[in-house]
Design a protein around this ligand. Structure first.
Ligand SMILES: C[S@@+](CC[C@H](N)C(=O)[O-])C[C@H]1O[C@@H](n2cnc3c(N)ncnc32)[C@H](O)[C@@H]1O
Length: 283
């Protein structure tokens, strides 16, 4: 079932309004491969009918399913490795030093946001990295918040169960038993790591209210799907969510050049991270 140019425009405008993901005219194949199963399951004859059915569904269930289907949830444990080396060798020690100076006896609070957490691998990789650096977490108050617009991804992340195949994509085989336990043919993140993380549905292009402030934000491989204008809005908003000494980590193929001047780029251990500049000037 082929999507016509008119249908593609209808669906693209609708998807952009729901989650900011841009589908240009080269993405017809993507709309077809990801939405065809939904069109067929609902007994509809084309993508136009899917659009009108979703628009008239007051429960919002169908639009959620469209977002789940159209968004790319590709992720893996320790994806790109270097952002987690950066965390272990620079961001965490620096943060711990600041906490020790401010309150030598603790507790040390650490708030990290995995914005666009997909199925949770990034948030749990952060938790595992923290545990690898600080074996004894008794004086730490750690909160890792994972958020994503996809209901299905948030549910999977909260469930914290992964297949052997998912673990083999990035997780060192010899450490599996340290951080996971076998449950019903899957591997479940162990309780100590799992307790650090909570997940909730959240649209990064809506107002970023009610989340609190963060010491570190990982926002990787999501803004690439947005328009330049939405990227600018997102990163300017993220600047406001960081504590004064906080860091932003973005995807290895992403850059803030020409997007916003709210951040200063820093290089460390072959990794890039960003700090908020004092200037609130926005380009
Ligand atoms: C490619 S995954 C990135 C996952 C992880 N950050 C990583 O780098 O491995 C992109 C995620 O962004 C989510 N997403 C897309 N648009 C979003 C929006 N407007 N708000 C929040 N999440 C969004 C998708 O559901 C998807 O799970």
């Amino acid at each position: 079932m082929q999507v016509t140019p008119e249908e593609l425009k209808l669906i693209a405008d609708y998807v952009k309004s729901l989650c900011g993901v841009v589908l240009d005219s080269s993405k017809a194949y993507l709309v077809e491969s990801r939405l065809r199963p939904l069109v067929q399951e609902l007994g509809l004859s084309n993508y136009r009918e899917l659009y009108f059915k979703a628009k008239s569904d007051a429960t919002g269930r169908l639009s959620n399913r469209i977002v789940d289907a159209i968004t790319t949830q590709e992720t893996s444990f320790f994806r790109d490795q270097s952002p987690f080396e950066l965390l272990k060798h620079k961001l965490l020690p620096e943060h711990a030093d600041r906490c020790a100076k401010a309150s030598p006896l603790g507790p040390y609070s650490l708030n990290i946001w995995s914005a666009a957490s997909s199925t949770g691998q990034e948030a749990y990789s952060i938790g595992i990295s923290i545990k690898q650096v600080y074996q004894d977490l008794s004086k730490w108050r750690i909160r890792i918040l994972g958020t994503d617009i996809s209901d299905a991804a948030v549910a999977e992340a909260s469930y914290a169960r992964y297949s052997q195949l998912a673990l083999e994509r990035g997780f060192p085989r010899e450490q599996i038993n340290t951080y996971f336990k076998p449950v019903d043919g899957m591997w479940q993140v162990n309780d100590e790591i799992r307790a650090m993380a909570t997940f909730r549905k959240f649209n990064l292009l809506g107002p970023l209210t009610g989340l609190g402030r963060f010491d570190i934000i990982y926002c990787r491989n999501v803004a690439i799907y947005f328009s330049p204008e939405n990227r600018r809005t997102l990163f300017n908003n993220l600047a406001d969510q960081l504590n004064p000494d906080g860091y932003l980590v973005i995807g290895s193929t992403e850059s803030l050049l020409g997007i916003t001047e709210r951040f200063k780029r820093l290089e460390y251990l072959n990794s890039i991270c960003y700090r908020v500049t004092n200037s609130a000037q926005v380009i």
